[in-house]
Design a protein around this ligand. Sequence first.
Ligand code: GSN
Length: 221
Amino acid sequence: MAGKVVLYYFNGRGKMESIRWLLTVAEVEFDEIYLTTREQYEKLLSDGALMFQQVPMVEIDGMKLIQTKAILNYIAEKYNLHGKDIKERVMINMYSEGLIDLMEMMMMLPFIPDPKEKLDNIESKAKERYLPVFEKVLSGLIYLVRGKVSCADVQLLECTLMLEERFPGILRDFPNVKSFQGRMSQIPALSRFLLPGSKRKPQPDQAYVKTVMEVFQMKQP
Ligand code: GSN
């Protein structure tokens, strides 16, 4: 029997957070090993656990998976969160890739010394490029694809919550997205995840940035 799912990453959101959300909606329990030192990372490298010397890494079903999107796709396929055929899947992947692009822009913010310009750029891209797409799709549908929850819906919830943390009120002009967010938050596993004390990670702080920079031996900007 396959053991428990184990996540290898920092004690912070980064690229692992969407994986945490997806495992949560699939009601899969997981443990986490947090990288806190360079030595720990080097040990994973010397064990050959990281194919491209990068995290996230997820132990699941006897495999050590890397590459965030590959991991998300595996979980989505396994737990029926990836559409019923290739036409649904390609739509799910298109939404998902757009959301990942937007979330990756936000992920970089704590590592940028003077993020004001970047913040403004993200806000306008969110309002003018990304949110209008989802507002339109959700005008006639409960979920993004075929009225059934998929990994893209989970990422849209994660992304819109992240946007609201940075830009309160950003969903004011996107009522369909706002009510979607309410619906998604009521899925029992997700409503538990949104409560304090869950495995959901807080917004990145200085300690998180410091740990990441030390582990990867990044230079202070
Ligand atoms: O999506 C992915 O999993 C890969 N395409 C990229 C993974 C990645 O960049 N991982 C970073 C840490 S998470 N932050 O962005 C990483 O392991 N960097 C160390 C390195 O030497 O590249």
